[in-house]
Design a protein around this ligand. Structure first.
Ligand code: GLC
Length: 420
């Protein structure tokens, strides 16, 4: 029997990371507002401070570009603790932002915050945020799927939110490790290098930033010139789920035309996502759009189509069995990379460790298929890891050790959501 999560301690993490309406992921390593972190964090705030939950979403949208893109970082206030800062991104927005996006959890969070709201002003608050979410989904479709295949692509591994996943290894190896910007890594000053990406990968990350910055962050030029273009499973699954929540919100705030547009995207993406299933491995896999091939990798992202209701029941059952097999090999689920894969590294960032946010989405997906044993096992693993180790950025699946940054906002948010 594990000890329960300390709810007050979880709230205290959010309160301590609050910088005035937005929450930093953790104080030194990530000193700005991050896109998908904020969406989870807004749902966490909503469990005890409705006003603060709205502010989180509103402040993220202060960074939204005119074309609808919601950036992965909004640099509300300067900090020397992080590289690459606004000078490297070279975008022209106020407040300064990065030039790429992140998994669009925003509309999902908006629906959760609205449905939990007791304030009579909630609908008025939600309406402009609905418009922002709609614009962002249109941006994904236009900028990241200009050929209309139904699947959006990431043009930078950071856009996936799973920055260092082995899913990018092959495609990323084609990116030259030759940035023009001088690298001044700050991350390894805050946490051990063994948990962080290798230097050559960092040079490739910055090469892409330099390239797109030189193209003025123009989506059409980026699409044409990108040496890295992957139809990621997580982005597409999360977007598909977010579209379903957006469609619901469109019933409250949108027009008939909005609803038709969203429904059409959902129908098209459902078919396209189905084509990413690898029956032999019982996971969905990304497609490398430069080679056209599926990337033969098994990561926790590969289970996220469950969260969008994409798989058939039979596929969902196979995934539940596969997750169980992974959990059987390591002590705690769900590892971010299959522990049967030679690239599995239990401590290195997205190559093995367990993330609470990913677990929460997989568990919700399994539960929606009626696979409650699998969902309960993942939720109780997540609770036990947090109760034993605190609000770490992520956890070693073999030992349960909390790793990366400490006092981490989205881990605290997931703890609050799991304690409801
Ligand atoms: C890392 C993660 C990314 C997250 C960010 C802030 O870059 O890979 O998903 O948004 O940290 O927590």
């Amino acid at each position: 029997m594990t000890s329960p999560i300390d709810i007050q301690a979880a709230r205290d993490v959010l309160l301590a990371n609050d910088r005035g309406g937005y929450t930093v992921p953790t104080s030194r390593l990530y000193p700005f507002q991050w896109n998908w972190d904020s969406a989870f964090v807004a749902m966490g705030w909503a469990t005890f401070d409705e006003e603060r939950a709205w502010r989180e979403l509103e402040r993220l949208i202060e960074g939204q570009w005119d074309d609808g893109m919601v950036p992965h970082i909004v640099f509300h206030a300067p900090s020397d603790d992080y590289f690459p800062g606004p000078d490297v991104w070279g975008t022209h927005h106020e407040p300064p932002t990065s030039g790429i996006s992140q998994p669009p959890v925003f509309a999902i969070a908006l629906r959760v915050v609205l449905e939990g709201a007791t304030d009579p002003g909630a609908a008025a608050r939600a309406r402009p945020l609905y418009q922002a979410a709609l614009a962002s989904h249109r941006w994904w479709a236009n900028a990241r799927d200009p050929e209309g295949t139904g699947l959006v692509a990431i043009l930078h591994p950071w856009e996936s939110g799973m920055d260092n996943s082995p899913a990018w290894d092959e495609a990323f190896a084609r990116v030259p490790p030759e940035p023009t910007t001088e690298i001044r890594r700050r991350d390894t000053a805050h946490v051990g290098a063994a948990m962080r990406p290798h230097d050559d990968d960092y040079r490739r990350f910055i090469y892409l930033v330099d390239l797109y910055s030189a193209l003025g962050w123009d989506p059409a030029a980026m699409w044409e010139k990108a040496p890295f273009k992957v139809a990621d499973v997580a982005i597409n699954a999360i977007l598909q789920r977010a579209e379903q929540d957006l469609l619901h919100l469109a019933g409250l705030f949108g027009s008939d035309a909005d609803r038709q547009e969203i429904a059409a995207r959902i129908a098209k993406r459902a078919g396209a996502l189905a084509g990413l299933w690898n029956a032999e491995r019982a996971v969905f896999q990304p497609r490398d759009l430069i080679t056209g091939a599926l990337v033969d990798v098994a990561t926790s992202a590969g289970f996220l189509p469950l969260y969008a209701g994409v798989p058939s029941l039979e596929q969902a059952q196979r995934m539940a069995a596969e997750i169980k097999r992974w959990r059987g090999k390591v002590a705690h689920g769900v590892p971010s990379t299959s522990p049967f894969d030679p690239r599995f590294e239990p401590k290195r960032y997205w190559r093995g460790p367990v993330w609470g946010v990913v677990n929460s989405m997989i568990a919700e997906g399994l539960a929606a298929y009626g696979l409650s044993d699998g969902a309960d096992a993942i939720r109780s693993d997540t609770r036990a890891l947090i109760a034993a180790q605190g609000f770490a950025e992520y956890f070693d699946p073999t030992t349960g050790e909390g790793l990366g940054g400490g006092s981490f906002s989205w881990t605290a948010a997931i703890a609050l959501l799991l304690s409801r």
